[in-house]
Design a protein around this ligand. Structure first.
Ligand SMILES: NC(=O)c1ccc[n+]([C@@H]2O[C@H](COP(=O)([O-])OP(=O)(O)OC[C@H]3O[C@@H](n4cnc5c(N)ncnc54)[C@H](O)[C@@H]3O)[C@@H](O)[C@H]2O)c1
Length: 245
């Protein structure tokens, strides 16, 4: 058994999108590191088996978010860290992007983090060394075709993270993690053939593979823990070299 002190012992943290993929890996890692967690997702059943208080939320709905953050703060006795991970990934050519799809993507991926962060702010302001980490995407830096709405939300979130770092400093540190393709449902829906996906990764990534969810979770851990105490407003690429390759 490890005798190492966890990096988040006693820290009270809200994670959105915790039911699946990167959010689930982050919830597991943060629990191992000693955090007390409130786990928010629209798929409440998917939160089963994780350590923490499960809270149902639709991040795109203001009332749902306010209720969920109140429940999270009450369960934890405060909020010291927030990780905005919940997101959707619609792939559509520009000509086939309906206004409905566009609006839904913005509502979940961009308005969602805005609503959740705004609701959590009064709790974060009372905390010691509070942090916010947002999940952007390498696709906001090296744009992909057929990701108009998605790319716009991730580019927007990268800018929002810097605006918040400027506005909320010195009290709150705010950073954005930008992963490349990561082995989750989002990517297996996009590239259902594992052999074709592996071949694509070989061509696009310096490391010639896609990321595992825990590799992204470790970057989120770094930016949430005091190991990154002088880092704010930064964009951390976790992209296997995708953006320079
Ligand atoms: N997987 C990748 O390759 C990749 C790459 C770059 C960035 N990202 C970003 O990482 C984040 C997590 O992606 P993932 O691959 O783990 O996806 P995922 O689909 O496995 O998980 C997304 C989670 O968000 C939840 N969610 C979706 N809409 C919601 C809503 N309205 N309210 C509350 N919860 C909602 C889902 O229920 C799910 O649990 C997303 O923001 C995504 O854009 C993923």
């Amino acid at each position: 058994m490890s005798t190492r002190e966890g990096k988040l012992v006693g820290r009270r943290i809200v994670i959105t999108g915790a039911a699946s993929g990167i959010g689930r890996a982050t919830a597991e890692l943060f629990a191992e590191e000693g955090a007390s967690l409130a786990l928010l997702d629209r798929n409440e059943a998917g939160l089963a088996g994780l350590q923490g208080t499960p809270v149902a939320v639709d991040v795109s709905n203001e009332v749902s978010v306010e209720t969920a953050i109140d429940r999270a703060a009450t369960a934890l006795g405060g909020i010291e860290g927030l990780v905005n991970i919940a997101g959707i990934f619609p792939v559509a050519k520009l000509a086939e992007t309906s206004l409905e799809l566009w609006n839904e993507t913005l509502a979940v991926n961009l308005t969602g983090p805005f609503l959740v962060t705004r609701a959590a702010l009064r709790h974060l302001m009372k905390a010691d060394e509070p942090t916010i980490v947002n999940l952007g995407s390498a696709s906001a830096i090296v744009p992909y075709p057929e990701l108009s709405a998605y790319g716009a939300t991730k580019g927007g979130l990268a800018v929002l993270s810097k605006v918040w770092a400027a506005e909320l400093g010195p009290k709150i540190r705010v950073n954005v993690v930008c992963p490349g393709m990561t082995r989750t449902r989002m990517v297996s829906d996009w590239h259902p053939d594992p052999a074709a996906l592996a071949e694509r990764a070989k061509q696009l990534y310096a490391l010639q593979r896609i990321a595992e969810p825990v590799e992204v979770a470790k970057a989120i851990l770094f930016l949430t823990s005091s190991d990154s105490s002088f880092i704010t407003g930064s964009t951390l690429l976790v992209d296997g070299g995708r953006t320079f390759h």
